[in-house]
Design a protein around this ligand. Structure first.
Ligand SMILES: [Zn+2]
Length: 295
């Protein structure tokens, strides 16, 4: 069975914008939001993408759509205007200011991917942010008396409970990074990929401590059974691209595991605490080792 349907980026969302309070807001304002809920809000000054960068973005987009096709999901049209390549100064000034992680060189925000040109992990960072773009995304809008607040309701595996409280943050980033690597591996085989990007170091991961947790849960769930293992990953993949909780329930199949993983943030110490909650000394040691190697 093949799926030849292509949806535009806006159509891909299975969402209606949730507007919490409509009073004191001009209705044309609401309509504008509905038409373009994720307009670029930071007014960044993009660098003009080079031919190589355009080719790289195209190759990655193709690899993501091939992945969606392999899952029998509709492909997604990448809106190139939503991919912003920035100078480091512009990124720090306009994008990073709101992030608690000062070492970042890329960020996904309201379906726009922001990546610093010249970062030594450029290909992986771009591919990671694009992964968020291709993953499930649901938006919520709160309209208060004096300001309106946009927020993701769900992004991949992450579920926003409130503006600040997000469940499955670390789990989502780990999965994003694993899918990113899978896609980059495919992209590297594409003859249209400019040769300058072929030196990607696939051993380099962000969120490595979170990946260790995900890996541990996968191994626990499947043991040495390879069919169970592939089911574990395919359920996670489907949860990531559809936002459907039933796939998550298949993977985190008891309440305690669900609760422990839901609470894991994306910092190394969050992963360490999760390893402790899971009761694995070996896993704790693995995470501590990752952290000492990074330092
Ligand atoms: Zn991410």
């Amino acid at each position: 069975m093949t799926n030849s349907k292509t949806v535009s980026w806006k159509d891909k969302w299975n969402y209606k914008i949730e507007i919490k309070s409509r009073e004191k807001i001009d209705s044309s304002d609401v309509d504008a939001m509905r038409d373009n809920p994720t307009a670029e809000i930071y007014t960044v000054r993009d660098l003009k993408p080079t031919r190589d960068e355009i080719a790289l973005i195209r190759v990655l987009a193709q690899a993501y759509n091939d992945l969606l096709r392999s899952l029998n999901y509709a492909t997604i049209k990448l809106v190139h205007d939503n991919v912003h390549i920035l100078s480091e100064a512009e990124f720090k000034k306009k994008i990073l200011c709101s992030s608690p992680r000062p070492s970042l060189a890329a960020l996904f925000s309201f379906c726009h991917c922001y990546v610093v040109r010249g970062s030594n992990r450029f290909v992986l960072e771009l591919a990671h942010e694009l992964c968020h773009y291709y993953g499930y995304f649901k938006l919520g809008v709160n309209i208060g008396a004096t300001r309106r607040e946009f927020g993701a309701k769900r992004m991949g595996l992450a579920v926003n409970l409130d503006t600040e409280a997000v469940a499955f943050v670390g789990f989502n980033e780990a999965m994003t990074e694993l899918i990113t690597h899978q896609v980059v591996e495919v992209a590297l085989k594409n003859s249209l990929l400019p040769s300058k990007y072929k030196t990607v170091d696939l051993r380099s991961h962000t969120y490595e401590s979170n990946i260790a947790i995900l890996d541990y849960i996968g191994k626990k769930a499947s043991g040495t059974d390879s069919a169970k293992e592939s089911l574990f990953w395919s359920n996670l993949m489907r949860a990531y691209f559809t936002g459907n909780h039933k796939y998550m329930r298949c993977v985190l199949n008891n309440d305690l595991l669900w609760a422990v993983v839901a609470g894991m943030g994306c910092r190394d110490e969050d992963a360490l605490r999760t390893a402790y909650a899971l009761g694995s000394r070996a896993l704790m040691n693995r995470i501590k080792k990752i952290n000492t190697e990074v330092e």
